[in-house]
Design a protein around this ligand. Structure first.
Ligand SMILES: Cc1cc2nc3c(=O)[nH]c(=O)nc-3n(C[C@H](O)[C@H](O)[C@H](O)COP(=O)(O)OP(=O)(O)OC[C@H]3O[C@@H](n4cnc5c(N)ncnc54)[C@H](O)[C@@H]3O)c2cc1C
Length: 507
């Protein structure tokens, strides 16, 4: 296919770029090798940063986060929970850090307000009574899967072609320009080619691999971070430790769970996201110092993500971003670094450059155009209003007349799964899970997988055994460190699938 722009990578940045360019009238295509959010966009805390976390050490990132925080609340309210955030210090933390934090927040435009220990405990009853200082900031909780899907849907509505499960495998470079890009479509095993005028490399931690296909060397640090999913919501706010960014200092309430994060270590590859037992112990220990109720919490699963960092790796590297262009492949722009919170701004900057190259004069509209029309309100049933909160305007296509629940942990309706299966992007049970949350709860799919499978077989004609085994082994990845009640649950799940249904392999 011949296109003005090819975007490689369907995380938040790529989805943001293809939407931005489509809104400006560019003819573009996006190729993603897995499902959307296969990379760091699906392996993060889902924290909508206020900027507070970076105010002291990385003021330009803090400014970017502060600005984008309010933009995203405006354009994508359906995938954001306005939890607010607290930064709390404990005995042993530097007592002066609070003053530096407050000053830096004011200098970088992060709204900040100091609370007394008493006020903090009234706002967040689960907080440790040892709290010494506390500040309130406008952190929030964001669902990255819903955010990225909304960008994809809007890009398509504006004429873009967006294909997941399509891996870019090679390129032909002629006279310093990429003239042909080869890809394999995992939907049907067929290969294809794109002949782009311009290419945008938004492959995150894989960006150096994509650049290498064009003969360009890209120096980038890779840094792994681990997170835990704790069963239930253990805080009303995002709770951060008031100290320089360090291991185990964030707890984010997210849907039916609390995400505890994170750590930082060099990663050997973009796939190096495994979580060690030591990291799991550290995250639980540190988080329960801030929120003592977490000491006995049930950890549903662990997962990791890999950050591509400019200027090397580790906590010292900036969380800001850059758009890079190399004369070895002059029609390739690479965007690297940044945050989920700043994906739209990154997309705007790279799209501005792309439009200059292509001679497109239209200005960026993504800061003001909502991601889809506003959802209708008034006269809704409880099911309708819950789905509107979860999917925004897209909920209008879900049949709420069928109130059967398919996933009891996450209270997902059968009709939500039917609706997700109607999408051309959905090829696997994990694709259904990312769009509906069916299988994300504490039983990790024991309860709902057969129900989802039945619907998938009916609508997509998939091989039931292979599809189920693939899903079960995907879920198993985050359960290696399960203990206590979660281990009992996992043993029951294995017994049901291996012992009762006689499924081997990943089950
Ligand atoms: C541990 C951790 C915690 C974080 N927490 C937060 C947080 O709470 N809040 C926040 O704002 N930010 C957070 N971040 C940062 C945020 O997740 C990332 O900045 C953001 O998701 C990056 O998005 P991206 O689209 O640039 O990259 P990615 O999401 O990694 O997307 C790159 C995509 O390119 C695709 N790809 C690669 N090679 C190919 C190929 N050959 N062909 C086709 N496709 C290809 C990949 O499959 C992938 O989907 C966190 C990051 C980590 C690692």
């Amino acid at each position: 296919m011949r296109k003005e722009v090819l975007v490689i990578g369907g995380g938040a940045t790529g989805a943001g770029v293809v939407r931005d360019l489509a809104l400006r009238g560019a003819d573009c295509v996006l190729l993603e090798m897995g499902d959307y959010c296969h990379g760091a966009s699906g392996g993060n805390h889902g924290l909508l940063h206020s900027g507070g976390r970076y105010a002291v050490k990385d003021p330009s990132s803090a400014r970017e986060c502060a600005e984008e925080n309010s933009t995203l609340r405006r354009i994508a309210p359906f995938c954001i929970e306005d939890t607010g955030g607290l930064f709390a210090s404990l005995p042993g933390d530097d007592p002066e850090f609070g003053d530096r934090f407050e000053r830096a927040c004011r200098e970088t435009g992060v709204p900040v307000e100091e609370l007394s220990a008493q006020e903090a405990l009234a706002e967040e009853p689960g907080l440790s009574t040892d709290v010494t200082r506390c500040y309130r900031v406008p952190d929030g909780s964001v669902d990255p899967f819903a955010l990225v899907q909304a960008n994809v849907d809007d890009a398509r509505a504006n004429g873009a072609t967006v294909l997941n499960h399509c891996r870019v495998t090679g390129m032909e470079v002629d006279g310093g320009r990429v003239v042909r890009v080869d890809y394999v479509n995992n939907r049907n095993g067929e290969s294809g080619h794109v002949f782009p005028e311009l290419m945008v490399n938004t492959a995150g931690a894989w960006a150096p691999q994509v650049a290498k296909m064009a003969g360009v060397h890209l120096a980038m640090g890779l840094d792994q971070g681990s997170m835990l999913v704790a069963d239930g919501r253990h805080c009303r706010h995002v709770v951060n430790r008031l100290r320089p960014p360090s291991n185990g200092d964030i707890a984010v309430p997210n849907h039916t769970s609390t995400i505890l994060g994170t750590t930082s270590r060099p990663a050997s590859s973009p796939e190096d996201s495994g979580v060690s037992e030591a990291d799991q112990g550290l995250l639980l220990r540190e988080a329960s110092r801030m929120l003592p109720g977490l000491r006995t919490v049930r950890v549903i699963r662990s997962y990791g993500g890999v950050r591509p960092l400019l200027g090397g790796g580790g906590r010292e590297a900036s969380r800001s971003f850059a758009v890079l262009r190399d004369e070895g492949a002059e029609n390739m722009l690479t965007v690297s670094g940044g945050k989920l919170t700043t994906y739209r701004l990154m997309a705007e900057k790279v799209s501005d450059q792309a439009c200059r190259v292509l001679g497109i004069r239209a200005a960026c509209r993504t800061a003001s155009e909502p991601l889809g029309p506003p959802a209708e309100g008034g006269g809704m049933s409880i099911a309708e209003s819950r789905l509107t909160r979860k999917y925004g305007w897209r909920s209008r296509d879900i049949d709420t007349g069928d109130a059967r629940v398919i996933c009891s942990c996450e209270q997902v309706l059968r009709s939500e799964v039917v609706h997700a299966l109607g999408g051309e992007d959905v090829l696997t049970m994990a694709d259904v899970m990312r769009r509906t949350r069916a299988g994300m709860g504490y039983c990790q799919g024991m309860d709902c997988s057969l129900g989802v499978l039945e619907l998938m077989v009916r609508s997509k004609g998939v091989d039931p055994r292979q599809t189920l085994l693939e899903f079960l082994s995907e879920r198993e990845k985050g359960l290696e460190l399960a203990s206590g009640d979660q281990l009992r649950q996992e043993l029951l799940r294995r017994h049901v699938f291996q012992g009762v249904y006689r499924l081997g392999g990943g089950a």
